[in-house]
Design a protein around this ligand. Structure first.
Ligand SMILES: [Fe+2]
Ligand SMILES: [Fe+2]
Length: 417
C-alpha cells in the first residue's frame, strides 16, 4: 500500500467503532500479506490456503475442516535397506517410545495462584505495553492473563501437533526410501502422543483451549494440500517442527510448573529426532536432485513462511478476549510486534531453524540478505539438527527465573525448575 493510501485509510478508520476498524484492518492486512510475496510462483501456491485461512477463517468455524490431499503414495517393491542414517534414527526412535499416561505426573495440581509453580515468568507477558494502553490490571487479572497466554500458546502447540500427526502420515506414504518409511511410522506414533498430552494438559489442567491461529492454519492447510513431498517435509519437518522446537525449549527453560516441564522435556526429545529426519531427507535432495530454479523456489517459499510465522504470532485470540473493547487491533499488533518479550520469544524460535536451512542448502547469499534485513541471521553458524542430541536440547541453560518471595523459595526448591 502506498503511504498516501495508507494515511487516508488510517484517518478513515479512526472515526469508526473499534469492531469495524478491526474488520477492515484484518482484511487489508491479509491482502497486504499476499501482495508482499515477491516470487509469483510462491504467491500462487500460497494464495488458496491464505484465502481459506485468513479471509474465510476456516480454522475458526465449525467443528472440523477437510483438507484434500494431492500427493502420491510411493509403494516400495524391493524392500532394500537404503538409508543407514535414517535406519539408525528409526532404531533410536523405537527404543525411546514413552507413555503419555504412565510417564507423566498427572496427579499434580496446576494452579495460577502459586508463584512457586508459575506457568510462565512475569517477564514473558507484555505488561508494560498493556499499561501503555492505559489499562491497569489487578494482581488477580495479571495472573489470569498469564494463565490465558499460556493456554493460548499451548493451544497453538496442540493444533500444530494435529498438523504434524497428519503430515507425518502423509510423508510416510510419499517418501521414497524404505528406511524413511520405517522411521516415519515412529513419528506418527510420537505425534499422536503429543496431541494426547497437550490436549489433556489444556483440557484437565488449564481448562481452556483456544482456536487455531489463522497463520498457523494457513501453513498447515498449504502443506497438507500441496502434492510435492519435499514441500511437505520443508513445511512440517523443517519449519513447523523447527519453530516448535525453539518455542518448546524456551518454555521448558522458563516454566516453574513441574508437570508442564516434564511434559515438554519428553516432547522435545521426540521433536529433536523429527527435525533430524527432515534434515536428512532434504539435504541430498536439495543439493543434488533439483534444478537451481527449483531450489530457488523452495528457498523463497521457506523465507515467506518464516516471515508469516514470525510477524504474525501476535496472540489475536487473547486480544479478542481481553482488550478488543478498548484497543484497536492495529494498535495492539504494532505494540506486540515491538514488545521486547515477544520479540525475544519470536527470535528464539528461529535459533533451531536457521542452522538447518543452512545445512540443507536453502541459505544462499541471495536470500541471506533478506534474512539479514529481517534480523534473523544471528543464528547462522549454529548447530544443526544432525549435531544436536535429545539431551543437548533439554540441558539446563541457566535461565534465571524471577525472584521468588523467600517463604516460597523452599517450596520451589522441592520441585524441578
Ligand atoms: Fe510433535
Ligand atoms: Fe514433531
Amino acid at each position: 500500500m502506498t503511504t498516501v493510501v495508507k494515511t487516508s485509510v488510517e484517518s478513515m478508520l479512526r472515526g469508526l467503532p473499534i469492531k469495524a476498524q478491526n474488520r477492515i484492518h484484518k482484511t487489508l492486512d491479509s491482502v497486504g500479506l499476499m501482495l508482499s510475496v515477491q516470487n509469483p510462483k510462491v504467491a500462487a501456491s500460497m494464495a488458496p490456503s491464505a484465502v481459506r485461512g485468513l479471509i474465510l477463517g476456516r480454522g475458526r468455524h465449525g467443528d472440523h475442516v477437510d483438507m484434500p490431499a494431492h500427493h502420491s503414495a510411493h509403494f516400495r517393491l524391493n524392500y532394500q535397506s537404503d538409508f543407514s542414517e535414517m535406519y539408525d534414527l528409526y532404531r533410536r526412535a523405537v527404543s525411546k517410545q514413552w507413555d503419555g499416561e504412565g510417564d507423566l505426573p498427572w496427579e499434580l495440581d496446576v494452579t495460577p495462584d502459586n508463584p512457586a509453580t508459575q506457568i510462565l515468568p512475569r517477564s514473558f507477558v507484555p505488561f508494560d505495553e498493556i499499561e501503555g494502553f492505559g489499562i491497569r490490571l489487578t494482581a488477580l487479572e495479571e495472573r489470569q492473563l498469564t494463565w490465558d497466554i499460556a493456554a493460548w500458546l499451548l493451544s497453538q502447540f496442540m493444533h500444530g501437533e494435529q498438523g504434524s500427526l497428519f503430515a507425518s502420515a502423509q510423508v510416510t506414504e510419499c517418501v521414497h526410501w524404505t528406511d524413511a518409511k520405517l522411521y516415519g511410522a515412529t513419528q506418527v506414533m510420537d505425534e499422536g502422543r503429543h496431541l494426547e498430552v497437550f490436549l489433556r494438559y489444556l483440557d484437565t489442567k488449564l481448562e481452556k483451549i483456544y482456536t487455531v491461529n489463522d497463520n498457523l492454519f494457513v501453513l498447515i492447510d498449504e502443506l497438507m494440500t500441496d502434492g510435492r513431498w519435499d514441500f511437505k517435509f520443508l513445511g512440517m519437518q523443517i519449519m513447523i517442527e523447527g519453530l516448535a522446537l525453539g518455542a518448546f525449549t524456551t518454555i521448558y527453560q522458563q516454566t516453574r510448573e513441574p508437570l508442564l516441564k516434564e511434559l515438554l522435556k519428553m516432547v522435545i526429545q521426540d521433536e529433536a529426532r523429527h527435525v533430524h529426519y527432515g534434515v536428512l531427507a532434504l539435504r541430498d535432495h536439495i543439493t543434488q536432485n533439483i534444478s537451481e530454479k527449483e531450489r530457488r523456489e523452495r528457498e523463497d517459499w521457506v523465507y515467506e513462511v518464516a516471515l508469516l510465522m514470525r510477524n504474525r504470532f501476535l496472540m489475536h485470540e487473547v486480544y479478542e478476549e481481553w482488550f478488543s473493547h478498548k484497543v484497536p487491533l492495529k494498535v495492539w499488533d504494532e505494540q506486540m510486534m515491538d514488545s521486547p518479550s515477544m520479540v525475544k520469544f519470536r527470535n528464539i524460535m528461529f535459533e533451531r531453524l536457521i542452522p538447518n536451512l543452512e545445512y540443507i542448502g536453502l541459505m544462499s547469499d541471495r536470500i541471506k540478505g533478506h534474512y539479514e534485513k529481517s534480523g534473523l541471521t544471528r543464528y547462522l553458524g549454529g548447530r544443526n539438527a544432525t549435531q544436536l542430541t535429545e539431551d543437548d536440547l533439554t540441558a539446563d541453560t541457566g535461565y534465571e527465573h524471577d525472584e521468588l518471595p523467600s517463604e516460597l523459595a523452599e517450596v520451589a526448591a522441592g520441585s524441578p525448575s
